[in-house]
Design a protein around this ligand. Structure first.
Ligand code: NAP
Length: 252
């Protein structure tokens, strides 16, 4: 079957889950804007995609900046094509117990996860509506259910679930779906940083977490990329407003 050429924006795509998603969507045949803070880091992923025969563009932007997001989206539209797939993946942690959490730690997490997802969705929706087709996937987390030391992150990730469901309601009539993927424990720099902050070697940290995961292994970025590949693809048009926990079991 002839599939239309789609253009995707993946934020936070220079490493971790975002990189795996960018590689996967490119392998699926999409043109991919690899968006992250540092241009050179984006270029590394772009080269990987091109080496595999795909098409990609490095886009340096801070997802929490309104004009940066507008400019980045316009550039993607001009150089790659109308961005009708959006994966809001960029993320940061500023973990602390409530009594030690600064306003800045709170604001940074809200700005990157929540405001970033809002700005990207607002900037790209016109292209999706114009094409009568679109896919938005927001990265939530099992931490949305509550996690000690992460009141800011848990609130942002739970907020993204409400945001996702509302986008599904507003945009469905235009052929646009919105879903959230909520990973459990995935081996990336982010979880390595959590182990380091707790003063535990990453291998020990991973072993302890895996003991609680029903499928008996840690998640890999490719596990998330595979789920997003379905939600971003042609065959998922009747799946919208959902939160899919990709966590090796019903919890974590
Ligand atoms: P990661 O390895 O830390 O990668 C996050 C990426 O986002 C980095 O490349 C980072 O750039 C980029 N980024 C941060 N702030 C940004 C901004 N303002 N604008 C643009 N890019 C920005 O994280 P990950 O583990 O792959 O996580 C990806 C997503 O999945 C996040 O939303 C995270 O909350 C979520 N998640 C992860 C897990 C897990 O177990 N790993 C579990 C649940 C949910 P720099 O490198 O320059 O900082």
């Amino acid at each position: 079957m002839n599939r239309p050429q789609r253009t995707a924006i993946v934020t936070g795509a220079a490493r971790g889950i975002g990189r795996a998603v960018a590689l996967r969507l490119a392998a699926d045949g999409m043109s991919v804007a690899v968006l992250d803070l540092e241009e050179t880091a984006c270029q590394v992923v772009v080269k990987e995609i091109e080496a595999a025969g795909g098409r990609a563009l490095a886009v340096a932007a801070d997802v929490s900046g309104e004009s940066a997001v507008e400019q980045a989206t316009q550039r993607v539209a001009a150089e790659l094509g109308a961005p009708t797939v959006l994966v809001n993946n960029a993320g940061v942690l500023r973990d602390n117990l409530l009594f030690k959490m600064s306003v800045q730690d709170w604001d940074t997490v809200m700005d990157v996860h929540l405001k970033g997802a809002f700005l990207l969705a607002r900037a790209t929706q016109q292209y999706m509506i114009g094409e009568g087709w679109g896919r938005i996937v927001n990265l939530s987390s099992s931490s949305a259910l509550g996690n000690r030391g992460q009141s800011n992150y848990a609130a942002a990730k739970a907020g993204l679930q409400g945001f996702t469901k509302t986008l599904a309601l507003e945009l469905g009539r235009f052929g646009v779906t919105a879903n959230a993927v909520a990973p459990g424990f995935i081996e990336t720099d982010m979880t390595a940083a959590t182990a380091a902050r707790m003063g535990v070697p990453f291998d020990d940290f991973t072993r302890a977490v895996v003991a609680q995961i029903p499928v008996g292994r840690a998640g890999q970025p490719q596990d998330i990329a595979a789920t997003i590949s379905f939600l971003a693809g042609e065959d998922s048009g009747f799946v919208s407003g959902q939160v899919i926990y990709v966590a090796g079991g019903p919890r974590n």
